[in-house]
Design a protein around this ligand. Structure first.
Ligand code: PBG
Length: 328
């Protein structure tokens, strides 16, 4: 035998020398759930590795994450049902606890990268990412709200705006609105290829943001999020986002869409972000909890596979846990 591939696997030292991919804190973004109030740390039964924080406890959590090397955070608000309405008006309330939290986070930790969420579902009494009229999630009227949300978030100090709504034309609309308000340096991380996935369940539990049960309103998001059967339209979305001024292209979910990550990374120059979503993290947790998988090795392997597929950045509820496991 002239070729023996096992020679390059013969010791940990040699394996390290030939290792192609390394996952560090610079590749990770920590998602955090924010709830109004004080001194809160609420468990989320379907997402046991995450919690909902009020701003005071969130600042402590961010400090702890920073001590593990993390420096990028994406924050999602859980809005009280009483504040939700058909037009998602609380999304445009300058004094909302979400925007107030951003001001506090950035004044305490100016060095970090803070990423927002732009979509109407946490604020909308219909539980959709856009405005619903006569049972239809309307595109262009939604853009008007998204633009204003983005500008308010930039004013509050977010470094990167994260449109997760999948409306057509939103990157251009947001880019223009930001530029008009002189926020040229505020970036856009577009949820480029966001699929209508079953794996968002625990996230919707965390925010109580699922589409409402009402026969006049679609119970799913398939008219704006992508069909899991398709890959070609991910390239259309990536092309449009690139032309419209996105700074990052996201694929979501991650593990079930590694082919899409690879495809977009091959075809486009912008950094690719993968969102290792709530349901993907929850199933891993459940299997490890049952002793069916080994936590210490399953978590790093999962995250590394996303990086190997071509993601530069990974948003995962396991971001801090991964770094803790590496330190052991
Ligand atoms: C909604 C949004 C969702 C997620 C991020 N932003 C859920 C949805 O589209 O219903 C899911 C993230 C996760 O599951 O971790 N704009």
């Amino acid at each position: 035998m002239l070729r023996r591939p096992r020679r390059n696997r013969k010791s940990e030292s040699v394996r390290k020398l030939v290792r192609e991919n390394l996952l560090t804190a610079n590749d990770l973004v920590m998602p955090l759930f924010l709830v109004d109030g004080e001194n809160k740390k609420e468990d989320i039964p379907s997402l046991p590795m995450a919690q909902r924080y009020s701003i005071d406890t969130m600042l402590e959590e961010i400090e702890d994450c920073i001590s593990w090397g993390l420096h990028a955070f994406i924050v999602f608000p859980k809005i009280d049902d009483a504040l939700k309405d058909k037009t998602a008006s609380h999304a445009l309330d300058k004094s909302s606890f979400y925007l107030e939290a951003a001001r506090k986070i950035k004044s305490r930790f100016p060095q970090i990268t803070l990423i927002s969420d732009v979509a109407l579902d946490p604020y909308n009494s219909d539980g959709h990412d856009g405005i619903v009229q006569d049972g239809v999630i309307v595109n262009d009227a939604t853009l008007k709200v998204l633009e204003q949300m983005a500008v308010l978030q930039a004013e509050a100090g977010f470094d990167i705006i994260g449109p997760s709504d999948m409306m057509d034309g939103r990157i251009e609309a947001i880019r223009q609105a930001l530029d008009l308000a002189d926020f040229h340096d505020v970036s856009i991380m577009s949820y480029t290829a966001k699929y209508a996935s079953a794996f968002y369940g625990p996230f919707r539990d965390a925010l109580n943001s699922a589409p409402v049960e009402d026969s006049s309103i679609p119970s799913h998001k398939k008219s704006y999020q992508m069909d899991p059967a398709n890959s070609r339209e991910a390239l259309i979305e990536a092309e449009l986002d690139t032309i419209e001024g996105a700074d990052f292209l996201m694929v979501k979910p991650a593990i079930h869409y590694l082919d899409i990550i690879a495809h977009i990374n091959d075809e486009f120059e912008l950094p690719v972000v993968a969102y290792h979503v709530s349901g993907e993290c929850a199933m891993l947790w459940a299997a490890c909890q049952n002793g069916w998988l080994d936590y210490k090795t399953a978590i790093p392997e999962t995250l590394l596979s996303i990086k190997r597929a071509g993601a530069k950045l990974i948003i995962s509820y396991y971001a801090k846990e991964y770094l803790k496991l590496q330190a052991k």
